[in-house]
Design a protein around this ligand. Structure first.
Ligand code: FAD
Length: 474
C-alpha cells in the first residue's frame, strides 16, 4: 500500500519516519496511543480517490486525520498498526471566497484560523470558532459536526455547510459542492458526511456559509444565583433580537480555579456568586446600540432580583480578559486534580435542573467528588466534570471510579432526554457507551449505512460504529 501511495501521489505524500509519525499517532489529550507504519498525504481529490481504490483492493484501513484535535480519540489509529493515517495536511487551498454569495469553498486541510483570516479580508466571517481554531481543519470540523461558542446564533457545522466534496469508501467522488438551495434527489449525502467522523467518506472540500464581519460587539459578565436564573436572563436577551451569539455559564467554583490558574487574572465581579454568565452580542452594523441594550436588560434583571451584579467590558482588552477566563476553565479544572469530563446535552429548558440535580446525585453516589457543569447553556450543552476526591491519585480515580461515574452521568443524561455527545463526537472514547445507550433504531440504521457504504470496514475502524471482529458492521 505504501509503494502504491508513492506511485499515486509521489514520495512527498508518504511519511514513514517514526519520529515524524509519533505526534500524529497519539490524540490531543495524550489519552490514546495508536501505531501506524505511514501517514499518507495526497495533494488533491484525485489522489485521495486513487489511494482509496488501492486501499480497498488491498484491504488496508485508513484513518482520516485533520488537525488531530479530536477530544474523543477520533483521529488516532488503532494500536496494532493495522491502519494508515490519511492526512489532509496538503489539501490546503481556499478555492473561492465570494462575499456576494456569502460563501467560501475550502479544502479539507484548511485550518479554521486561516479561513477566519481569509474571510475577514473580504469583509466577511465564518461564524464558528473554538479553542482549537489554530489546528482544527475544515475536514475535521465537518466530520465532527463541530460546535463552539457561537452555535446559539449560527448553529453547528451542519447549518453552516452548504456543500461537500468527498471520496467514498469505493473510491468514487461525491461532488456535492454546488450550493443548491433546492435539491430533492433523495438522500442527502452532504448531510451524511457531516458528523460521520470519517467512517463513511474522506471529506476533501466543503462549501461554507459566511456572514458579514463583526463591526461592533459588547461583552458582559453577570453573577446569578442559579442556572435557572441564567436561562431566564438569556430569554430576556433573546427577546431583543438575535444579537446575542454567546451565552456561557460557569459555576463560581470553576471561576475561582480559573482566576488562580491564569497569571494576573482577576474575577470580573466583586463578591462571590454561585454562578457566572459571559454574554457576547455582536452586529455587522457599527452603529448598533449593543451596549445600551445589554445595560438596560442587565439593569432590569438586577432590579428584578434575577441578576446579583453585572459589568460590561469597557474595552476590547477587558472583553478578551473575560473570554480568557472562560477559555481557561478546562485547563484550570484539570489542574485541580483528576477529573472525568463529559460533553453532554439535554433539552435547553431541562438544563438548569439537570446541572443542579445531576451534580448533587453524582456527589452523593461518589462521596468526596466535586461535580459541576459549565459552557453553552443556551445550546443545552455543558461540559460536565466530575473531579476526584481530594488526594486521590489519577490512577486510582481513572481505574476504580471514573468508569462508574461516567456511566452514571450518561444514564442521567439519557433519562433527561439528552445526548452523551453534544459536540465532540463519539470517536473511540464513547463507542461502548453509545452501544450501551442506543437509541436502538438510530444505531441499527447507522450500522446499516456503514455496512452498505463501507462493507470491509476500512474507513476509520473502531470509531463511532461498533464493528464485529471480522470487520463487518454488527
Ligand atoms: P481530527 O481531530 O483530525 O479528526 C476528528 C475526526 O474527524 C476524526 O474522526 C477523523 O477521522 C475525522 N476527520 C478529520 N478530517 C477528516 C476528513 N477530511 N474527512 C473525513 N473525516 C475526517 N469541538 C467542538 O465541537 N466545540 C468546541 O468548542 C471545541 N473546543 C475544543 C477546544 C480544544 C482546546 C480542543 C483541543 C478541541 C476542541 N474541540 C471542540 C474538538 C475538536 O477541535 C473538533 O472536534 C474539531 O472539529 C476537530 O478537527 P480536526 O481537524 O482536529 O480533526
Amino acid at each position: 500500500m505504501i509503494d502504491a501511495a508513492r506511485r499515486i501521489a509521489g514520495p512527498r505524500a508518504v511519511t514513514t519516519d517514526p519520529a515524524d509519525i509519533a505526534p500524529w499517532a497519539t490524540d490531543w489529550r495524550g489519552r490514546y496511543h495508536g501505531a501506524t507504519p505511514a501517514i499518507l498525504s495526497p495533494a488533491n481529490v484525485e489522489e485521495v480517490a486513487a489511494i482509496v481504490v488501492q486501499a480497498r483492493a488491498l484491504g488496508v484501513a485508513l484513518v482520516p486525520q485533520g488537525g488531530n484535535t479530536s477530544m474523543v480519540g477520533g483521529a488516532t489509529p488503532p494500536a496494532d498498526g493495522s491502519a494508515l493515517i490519511l492526512s489532509t495536511r496538503r489539501l490546503r487551498a481556499i478555492r473561492a471566497i465570494d462575499p456576494d454569495a456569502r460563501q467560501a469553498v475550502a479544502e479539507a486541510g484548511v485550518i479554521l484560523a486561516e479561513l477566519h483570516a481569509a474571510a475577514g479580508e473580504t469583509g466577511m466571517r465564518f461564524p464558528l470558532t473554538l479553542g482549537a481554531k489554530g489546528s482544527a481543519t475544515i475536514g475535521g470540523l465537518v466530520s465532527t459536526n463541530a460546535g463552539g461558542t457561537q452555535v446559539l446564533r449560527f448553529g453547528t457545522m451542519r447549518r453552516l455547510v452548504a456543500g461537500v466534496e468527498a471520496v467514498l469508501p469505493d473510491g468514487t467522488i461525491h461532488q456535492g459542492l454546488s450550493p443548491l438551495r433546492k435539491d430533492n434527489r433523495g438522500y442527502d449525502l452532504n448531510q451524511l458526511m457531516i458528523g460521520a467522523e470519517g467512517t463513511l467518506g474522506i471529506v476533501t472540500a466543503a462549501a461554507l456559509s459566511l456572514v458579514p464581519a463583526i463591526a461592533t460587539r459588547a461583552v458582559a459578565w453577570a453573577g446569578v444565583g442559579s442556572p435557572a436564573d441564567a436561562l431566564a436572563l438569556l430569554r430576556r436577551l433573546e427577546a431583543q433580537g438575535d444579537a446575542v451569539e454567546s451565552f456561557e455559564i460557569m459555576p463560581g467554583s470553576s471561576l475561582a480555579l480559573a482566576v488562580a490558574h491564569l497569571p494576573g487574572a482577576r474575577a470580573p465581579l466583586a463578591g462571590s456568586h454561585g454562578w457566572h454568565v459571559l454574554v457576547e452580542a455582536t452586529s455587522s452594523d457599527p452603529a448598533a446600540p449593543l451596549e445600551p441594550m445589554l445595560e438596560r436588560i442587565l439593569a432590569d434583571a438586577i432590579g428584578d432580583g434575577l441578576v446579583a451584579d453585572a459589568v460590561i467590558a469597557a474595552s476590547e482588552a477587558q472583553a478578551e480578559a473575560f473570554w480568557r477566563l472562560r477559555d481557561s476553565l478546562s485547563a484550570a479544572e484539570r489542574g485541580a486534580g483528576p477529573a472525568s469530563q463529559h460533553d453532554i446535552s439535554v433539552p435547553v429548558a431541562a438544563m438548569p435542573g439537570f446541572m443542579v440535580e445531576a451534580a448533587a446525585a453524582i456527589e452523593a453516589a461518589f462521596p468526596g467528588t466535586h461535580a459541576s457543569g459549565f459552557g453553552h447553556l443556551g445550546d443545552g450543552n455543558v461540559h460536565f466534570h466530575v473531579r476526584a476526591p481530594a488526594g486521590m491519585s489519577a490512577q486510582q480515580w481513572y481505574a476504580d471510579h471514573a468508569p462508574a461515574a461516567t456511566r452514571m452521568v450518561h444514564d442521567l443524561v439519557v433519562a433527561a432526554g439528552g445526548s452523551i455527545s453534544a459536540e465532540h463526537g463519539i470517536g473511540q472514547m464513547k463507542i461502548d457507551e453509545l452501544q450501551r445507550l442506543g437509541p436502538p433504531a438510530r444505531l441499527a440504521a447507522m450500522r446499516a449505512i456503514k455496512s452498505a457504504l463501507d462493507p470491509q470496514g476500512l474507513f476509520n475502524p473502531g470509531k463511532l460504529v461498533k464493528l464485529a471482529p471480522d470487520g463487518a458492521a454488527t
